[in-house]
Design a protein around this ligand. Structure first.
Ligand code: SF4
Length: 349
């Protein structure tokens, strides 16, 4: 198969993001669904999410895990707990585990490497890391230990907005980290939130163009959901009617346009979408370009402590209930459950 590339201009992307005619929007969702089917097939790959610690040294203005949230009880999972979760992923037939935490040194680089080696020795699972911005030596150590993918969300391509919402992040450093990760051999992923106060339609269009420019392997897009214990929750839009709404529909439009612009990327139906529409948020994304779901494997006693945003979907469900529920939802829309790691397949351009 040869890759068919579609190129939408910035103006076209902005136009589609602003479109509210249902029959025209159906065209874009159907187009994204077709691009998804032609490029990554009907399989939905399952990545089991393990939230290994909620300790974070950063103070992102939108995030419930920010270090200034002194009301939050902090936790660090033990190695045995993490390995129990990875064994469940194997039993449930998932192809990947995602080790995610706040950005912090509570796990040393060597400890993470040792956990990766143990997962690889005991299972065939792919290992995705989402541990924040680290230095190149750490990325290399983890790659050598067997890790396959790295997620590093940048949340917005608007430099000024980034400075406000992630005061400790330097935009260029984050982009460079994504380039380094790719050079080392990781599949690299990033993502954005839709509807951050101050986010314009032009910014979202730039984000989508940047995903394509960086040739990302994984792209996560979820709605912004305010957390009451964060400063951003009380901030109002600064740009009036150019403010992007934090709605399910706007998020689905961004997912669909991203699929069209990045045909081969792995794109999750995010938990944030399932949070704002518990009935069918995931299904909507899967029918408009997405091909990945990340069921939660974190022990229930820690789930409510990993609230980047509140009222997260599946917060009380044990991991076996999550597995059954998600598989049933995938089959109900005529899709198949992916087998194996489900890494990015690259067709010749
Ligand atoms: S978004 Fe990530 S880096 Fe920022 S405060 Fe939350 S956990 Fe920490």
């Amino acid at each position: 198969m040869v890759l068919k590339r579609f190129s939408l201009s910035r103006e076209h992307i902005i136009g589609w993001l602003k479109e509210d005619n249902d029959s025209l929007l159906k065209e874009i969702f159907d187009w994204a669904d077709e691009v998804r089917r032609e490029n990554v097939g009907n399989d939905v790959h399952l990545r089991g999410l393990i939230e290994i610690s909620n300790v974070c040294r950063c103070d992102c203005l939108y995030c419930g895990l920010r270090k200034s949230n002194s009301d939050l009880k902090r936790y660090v999972m033990t190695e045995d707990e993490i390995l129990d979760c990875t064994d469940k992923a194997r039993q449930f037939g998932y192809g990947t585990v995602v080790l995610q935490s706040g950005e912090s040194p509570v796990f040393t680089a060597e400890h993470i490497a040792s956990i990766i080696r143990k997962i690889k020795a005991a299972t065939q699972l792919a290992v995705t890391l989402s541990l924040g911005e680290r230095d190149e030596q750490e990325y290399k150590l983890w790659k050598d230990a067997g890790a396959d993918r790295y997620l590093l969300r940048h949340e917005t391509s608007d430099l000024n907005l980034l400075k406000i919402i992630r005061p400790t992040s330097v935009y260029e450093n984050r982009l460079e980290a994504l380039r380094v990760l790719k050079r080392i051999g990781f599949e690299a992923g990033s993502g954005i939130m839709i509807g951050i106060p101050g986010q314009s339609y032009a910014t979202v269009a730039d984000d989508i163009l940047q995903f394509a420019g960086l040739d990302l392997d994984m792209i996560g897009i979820g709605p912004y959901i305010p957390h009451p214990k964060t400063p951003l929750a009380s901030m109002q839009s600064q740009i009036g009617n150019e403010q992007v709404p934090a709605t399910e529909l706007m998020t689905l439009k961004a997912v669909a346009l991203t699929r069209i612009m990045c045909p081969q990327a792995n794109i999750p139906a995010t938990t944030a979408l399932a949070t704002i529409n518990k009935e069918s948020g995931r299904e909507g994304a899967l029918q408009g370009g997405a091909n990945i779901v990340m069921p939660n494997l974190t022990p229930v006693k820690y789930r409510s402590l990993y609230e980047i945003y509140p009222a997260k979907a599946c917060i009380d469900e044990a991991s076996d209930q999550c597995a059954m529920c998600i598989k049933a939802r995938i089959l109900s829309i005529g899709r198949t459950i992916g087998k194996g790691p489900g890494g990015r397949t690259k067709c010749p351009s």
